[in-house]
Design a protein around this ligand. Sequence first.
Ligand SMILES: *Cc1c(COP(=O)(O)O)cnc(C)c1O
Length: 424
Amino acid sequence: MKKIPFVTKEQLTKIVKQYPTPFHLYDEKGIRENARALKEAFAWNQGYREYFAVKANANPFLIDIMRDEIGCGCDCSSLTELMLSKAMGVTGEEIMFSSNDTPAEDFKLAAELGAIINLDDITHIEFLENAIGTLPKKMCCRYNPGGVFKISNGIMDNPGDAKYGMTEEQMFEAFRILKSKGVEEFGIHAFLASNTVTNEYYPMLAKQLFELAVKLHREMGVHISFVNLSGGIGIPYRPDQEPNDIKVIGEGVRKVYEEVLVPEGMDDVAIYTELGRYMTGPFGGLVTKVIHEKHTHKEYIGVDACAVNLMRPAMYGAYHHITVMGKEEEAEEYKYDVTGSLCENNDKFAVDRMLPKVEIGDLLFIHDAGAHGYSMGYNYNGRLKSAEILLQQDGSAKLIRRAETPKDYFATLDCFPIYDKLFE
Ligand SMILES: *Cc1c(COP(=O)(O)O)cnc(C)c1O
C-alpha cells in the first residue's frame, strides 16, 4: 500500500510561500471524519465519551475541532494541560486527570476544576487528601495487572515493567478506603499496550477491566459508573500495516460488555477512552525542505527540520514514512539517511531509506506526525520549535501556532542583564 499525503504539491508550494518550512501541517477534514467514526463505533454505549489525550497534541485549535465534532473532553496529566483545558472552557467531568508521580499543585487545580481524578497509586489517596482536603464524590483508580499483555499474534507490551497503576490487591484496598471516605461513584482505568495495530487490543483490555469491575462491585458493593479504556489504539506508521477498524473495535468491546457486565445488571457503565495517537496522528505531517546533500561513507539528505520538531525516530527508532513531494510516481532507487541538524547522531528521520532521487529544494512530507510530534519537541542545540498550520476543509491554510523565535528561547533569561545584550 502507498501512503499518500493529505496535501498536494501544488497546495504545499502555495503554503510554503506564506509560511517558511519547517512546519507541522494538520488536516481538518481527516480529524473530523475520524472522530465521527470513533463516536459512531461506540454509539451503542449511552455514556460513551472520548477524553482526548492532550499530551499527544496540545494545540487548542485542533482540540476545538474535535470538541465541535464529537464533544470530546480532555485527558490531562499536568498543571499546564489543565490550564489549557480550563482556558478552552473544558472543566468539570469533561476533564479526566490521569497523571502519575503527581505534584500537589496539579491535584489542587484538577480538584478546583472539578475534574475526574484518576489515581495512579494507593498512596495518592492520602497525598490527595493532604493537597485538597475532602475527596470528590466520583473517583477513578488505575489498574496494572503486571505480567505481559499477549494477543493472538504475539506479546504486545509489558505491564509488569510499567510504572503505572495499582496491583489488583491494591485496587480493592483503594476502593475500600475511598468508599470509607465518602466516595460514591467509581471508575477503573488501565493502559496496557501502546500503539496497538490490531482490532483485538481494546476488547481484550475491556474484558479484563469489566471482570475486575464485576468483582469490585460484588465484593465491595461499590457503584462502578465508568470503565476508562485509556489510549493505545495505534496507527499504521508503515505503509504495509493494516489499519485498525474502529467499527470492529467498538463492536468487540460491545460484545464483552454484553457478556460480562450486562448479566450482572451493570448495564449503566459508561465507556470512556483517552485516545491521542489515533485521533490526530495520521492527520498531521511535518513539512520540511531539503537544504543539503552529503556524499561520504553514506548518502545523506539534510533537511531544515530536526528531532526538535519530531523526536520519535531519534527517541525510539520509530518509522515515519516520507514522501518526496511531486515525485510520488518515481521509482525509489536511492538509499538515503535523512538527517536534521542536531549535533547528535540519532537526529535522523530515516536511515537507509529507499526514496526517489532527492534534490536540494525538494519538499519532504514526513507522515503521521500529528500526535506525539510537535508536543514531544524540545529545544536541544537551541533549535526552535516550528509553526503549526491547519489545512482547513475549504483547502485554505491557517496558522494555529507561530514558530518560536530566539526571544521565546531566551525568555527564561529575561530577568538577567545578559538578556538585553542578546538582542542588541
Ligand atoms: C499517553 C496517554 C494516553 C494516550 O495514548 P495514545 O497512545 O496517544 O492513544 C492516554 N492516557 C494516558 C494516561 C496516557 O498517558
